[in-house]
Write a protein that binds this ligand. Structure first.
Ligand code: LLP
Length: 425
């Protein structure tokens, strides 16, 4: 990440504090977040999309401080459970800037959203319309968007593609489900349909799918106008903005995205004879991913089967992404200088399965040994938020660093934490 300065080779620092010092102070594994970089990324989004509402997708990473930073930087928040919603609101995040998502919202999700007064609820299935209307009662009022499946293939991995009909999210445009749902929403006086939503997928590195989405969504807005005489004031294009995990990889160019989406939207709306709607975007990964680094201690080094296995004290319980999506990271040795040549190594975790691999094709100094520190950059998104209690290892803490000062945001999960839930015997 850009802000990872390197005062001494092999000894990188974040926010002015050497990573090796943080590993000593807080133990490993530990996740370090560069607060200034998170805030910079929020600001970059707001500057690139000055007329849009930038809604941070909390699923990428959420804790109270993160919600607070997003609030201070003027972002909205995309949540998909009562848990994320309550956590944000109890931090003081204004509920009206929160968007509730979910393909299977529980009664608790909907009740919490209505009780706390979320700004918008994104309708994802036909049955949700009646449920929401019933939960609101005859005098209730709620702004809603409809999640539309535009039929666009995009996204870094099959499991994170959501723009096509063969997955669980949203209401299809092609087979008329979206239009049907819109008609039903308009029949409910408590529901105020403010616009359409689509989310194509995640880790998208080109702008073209977004431009295609703009065309299709404006096409549907035009049909809504024809059929119901209604001008929808909002268009939410979701998130999915790709980042580089390893040197040399492509990231989505935000400035280009903003410029071309704006032009496409203006053109499509002019053709359709519609005013340009207010845009919402929902970046998660691109806000927090590059601002995080995971630190591990090497516990064992083994030469076997023609490979070098470097086993660290974390693994798939704190980062399930390589096992789930086969994604690649670029781990590096920190904390000491090595003059040894770099050699291929497989960085593995400590969990009880062979698939617990953090980086299958790492390049590390050939003299890497137990006790060394390994840093995995670009670790801020979808790692801790998807962490598990596998093997009762306990989830790592989150330490934020800013201006040379480090502080714990989320403490390490202890055996007592884990035991507290275990109430049988
Ligand atoms: N909006 C909606 C409705 C979403 O479902 C998501 C992500 C986002 C926004 C934010 O997408 P982002 O900008 O972060 O790509 N666990 C996977 C990613 C799953 C994304 C789920 N939805 C991973 O680790 O790659």
């Amino acid at each position: 990440p850009a802000s990872t300065t390197e005062p001494v080779p092999g000894l990188p620092a974040v926010g002015g504090v050497p990573l090796a010092e943080l590993a000593e102070r807080y133990g490993t594994p530990v996740y370090v977040l560069d607060e200034a970089e998170v805030r910079d990324r929020c600001r970059t989004y707001r500057a690139a999309f000055p007329d849009a509402e930038v809604v941070y997708a909390a699923k990428a990473f959420l804790c109270r401080a993160m919600a607070h930073w997003a609030d201070e930087e003027g972002l909205g928040l995309d949540v998909c459970s009562a848990g994320e919603l309550e956590l944000a609101v109890t931090t003081g995040f204004p509920a009206e800037r929160i968007v509730l998502h979910g393909n299977a919202k529980s009664p608790r999700d909907l009740d919490t959203a209505l009780r706390l007064g979320v700004g918008r609820i994104v309708i994802d299935s036909p049955s949700e319309i009646a449920r929401l209307a019933a939960a609101l009662g005859p005098d209730g009022h709620q702004k809603v968007l409809v999640r539309v499946v535009p039929g666009i293939v995009a996204g870094g991995h099959e499991k994170i593609r959501t723009g096509t009909e063969d997955q669980k999210f949203g209401l299809s445009l092609a087979d008329g489900h979206a239009q049907h749902a819109i008609t039903r929403i308009l029949d409910q006086p408590q529901l105020e349909l403010t616009g359409l939503h689509c989310h194509l997928g995640s880790q998208i590195t080109g702008v073209k799918p977004y431009l295609a989405a703009v065309r299709r969504m404006v096409g549907l807005m035009a049909r809504v106008h024809e059929q119901h005489g209604l001008v929808l004031p909002e268009l939410d294009l979701g998130g999915g903005h790709g980042i580089a995990y390893r040197p040399g990889e492509d990231a989505l160019d935000l400035t280009e995205l903003a410029r071309r989406v704006r032009a496409e939207l203006a053109d499509a709306c002019a053709t359709a004879g519609l005013p340009v709607p207010r845009l919402l975007i929902e970046p998660g990964r691109a806000i927090v991913g590059p601002a995080g680094v995971a630190l591990y201690r090497v516990l064992a080094v083994k030469h076997t089967g023609g490979k070098v296995f470097v086993a660290v004290d974390g693994g798939m319980s704190d980062n399930p992404r390589p096992a789930l999506y086969g994604v690649r990271y670029a781990p590096r040795l920190i904390g000491r200088r090595s003059t040894a040549e770099r050699a291929p190594a497989t960085v593995v975790g400590r969990h009880c399965e062979a698939g617990d691999v953090l980086a299958a094709d790492a390049e590390l100094p050939a003299d890497v040994r137990p006790g060394d520190l390994i840093a995995v950059p670009v670790a801020g998104a979808y790692q801790l938020s998807m962490a598990s209690a596998y093997n009762l290892v306990g989830r790592p803490p989150v330490v934020a660093v800013r201006d040379g000062v480090a502080r714990v945001l989320v403490r390490r999960e202890s055996l007592d934490d884990l035991r507290a839930r275990d109430v049988g015997l």
